[in-house]
Design a protein around this ligand. Sequence first.
Ligand code: B4P
Length: 190
Amino acid sequence: MLNIVLFGPPGAGKGTQSQHIVEKFQLIHLSTGDLLRSEIAAGTPLGQEAKLLMDDGKLVPDEVVIGMIDNKLKANEDAKGFIFDGFPRTTEQAKALDDLLKSNDDSISGMIALEVPDEELISRLLERGKDSGRADDQNEEVIKNRLKVYNDQTAVLKDYYSKQGKFQEINGLGTIEEVFGRIENAIEKA
Ligand code: B4P
């Protein structure tokens, strides 16, 4: 199976690029951000709890997102592979993902990290916030908090995958097509 972790700070282009990857490589797209926003839209207790944290730019508890991914993996046992978008975001989540895949004799093929400078991330997210309706994209303080959470809790995962020889970093600046071209090359090497 081809299992790719698409990694990067908020606004790096993970969700955008995942759509192209799914089309080209026929992988199942698993975005914890999208799954959480569906729970919010459905007004479930989980969604109500998640909304309070997400609107502040904080992470949702590990056990909640790990449980959602576990359910989705079980529901897609015939898949050719998965693109993990926005997950894992903590070392705890990365270990849990390894265990879930291992129980199916499977593993992560590679992690592709999109590198984009902070000023560009902030400008992309504020732009999206104008019409996306996403509360976490509308306020610069919340965006800065998301970047801090990324630097404090998530960026460490580059080392986690690097130690396994699965880490590739690519430039996330340029047009969506240019970035996708670099991702295609990285996936061929994964
Ligand atoms: P996510 O939904 O993962 O949101 P994100 O980090 O902002 O990235 P996204 O994929 O949406 O944006 P993209 O870079 O594609 O997370 C939201 C929140 O959910 C988190 O803060 C957290 O609270 C919670 N959460 C999610 N997963 C979690 C987990 N595993 N554990 C705990 N909590 C979790 O795009 C951004 C913008 O840039 C778009 O407008 C796009 O059009 C634009 N763009 C993309 N590529 C571009 C390019 N090449 N040039 C110019 N603009 C570009």
